[in-house]
Design a protein around this ligand. Structure first.
Ligand SMILES: CCCCCCCC/C=C\C=C\CC(=O)SCCNC(=O)CCNC(=O)[C@H](O)C(C)(C)COP(=O)(O)OP(=O)(O)OC[C@H]1O[C@@H](n2cnc3c(N)ncnc32)[C@H](O)[C@@H]1OP(=O)(O)O
Length: 292
């Protein structure tokens, strides 16, 4: 009887403990109301937001995803309980992001292209201007705009064995000046010129060598490593962090802010050229036929 009473007490204690743990866990992870293409969880203990891009199949940045990411980062900027963020992809081991949606640039009206590019500008200005520490957990390929998005963060942890780069010239298009500046800031002018002129896609290890990413780890270490560095970064006095980040990034952002309409006109004029359209069409077709 005594043994039974002891084990019953143990069961009651275990149940109480697991309920307490569950309460603590559900209190510490807050899921932001978010579109299902940008999932966001906030750890209320640390204030870290994990933003997971979840648009199948490859997180290509179409109007919907650009808007959802931009809105999410604006909210995280304004949320004083958020101390820093991690940007990652649901398609781990496969793709971080395939960059801008090519379909949005092929055989479209000037109005469509203009609206699309306005969204690209807003996405860049919002993530690049995000005032808190931001770490990219690059858990898959990150070509073109995917690479640019990773470059907008303050630190990059990449999975081994994938590729990253601003390889626009391979498509017959050219990276906009604000993408080029991201690359120059990370790897210096010499590497950036080589990378952009040749549309070079770096393996994770090559990217590490030139400073395009900061760490290369195996897949299950990508997010934990990103969290570790975020913890360190958020310990820096944040008013100083924000002021420093802002003044280092301000010049290129201001150049864009001061002439957004001109930049849109430039993009539309460039993309609508028949030879550029031909190159984009050919690239799209090649992408589709790769699987066959
Ligand atoms: C004088 C100066 C003027 C300057 C003016 C400024 C001009 C600037 C203009 C443009 C800038 C653009 C920047 C960009 O970001 S362009 C985006 C280019 N992106 C790419 O090249 C990446 C292409 N994708 C891939 O390489 C692969 O998909 C990869 C990411 C490696 C994943 O491979 P995998 O897992 O094998 O997946 P699939 O290739 O089978 O793709 C699945 C389906 O998704 C479609 N797809 C892929 N990428 C895109 C994309 N970026 N946009 C739209 N659709 C995409 C692919 O076709 C498959 O479709 P389906 O299943 O129907 O066959």
């Amino acid at each position: 009887i005594q043994a039974l009473q002891i084990s019953e007490n143990k069961i009651i204690k275990t149940k109480m403990l697991s309920r307490a743990c569950f309460r603590q866990f559900s209190a510490s992870i807050r899921r932001m109301s978010s579109t299902n293409i940008v999932e966001t969880n906030i750890d209320s203990g640390t204030g870290f937001a994990t933003v997971t891009l979840s648009q199948p199949p490859v997180n290509s940045l179409d109007k919907n995803l650009l808007t959802a990411i931009t809105d999410r980062f604006k909210k995280l900027s304004d949320d004083s309980s958020v101390t820093g963020a991690i940007l990652t992809s649901k398609f781990d081991g496969k793709v971080f992001s395939a960059g801008l949606n090519i379909v949005d640039m092929f055989q479209k009206s000037d109005d469509h292209l203009g609206e699309f590019w306005g969204m690209v500008q807003e996405w860049y200005l919002t993530i690049q201007g995000f005032p808190k520490p931001l770490v990219s957990a690059i858990n898959g390929h990150a070509p073109t705009g995917g690479c640019a998005m990773a470059l907008m963060s303050d630190y990059r942890v990449m999975v081994e064995g994938k590729t990253i780069g601003l390889n626009e010239t391979l498509l017959g298009i050219v990276a906009p000046f604000f993408f080029a500046d991201l690359m120059i800031a990370a790897v210096g002018r010499r590497h950036a010129e080589f990378a952009l002129n040749n549309g070079y896609l770096y393996t994770s290890d090559e990217a590490l060598k030139i400073g395009l990413v900061d760490e290369v780890v195996n897949l299950d270490q990508v997010v934990p490593t990103a969290l570790k560095i975020l913890t360190k970064m958020t310990k820096t006095p944040q008013p100083a962090y924000q002021v420093c980040k802002n003044f280092l990034r301000k010049e290129t952002m201001d150049t864009l802010r001061n002439d957004r309409a001109g930049d849109i006109a430039h993009f539309v004029g460039f993309v609508q050229q028949p030879n550029v359209q031909k190159a984009i069409g050919g690239y799209l077709q090649a992408l589709k036929q790769r699987k066959k």
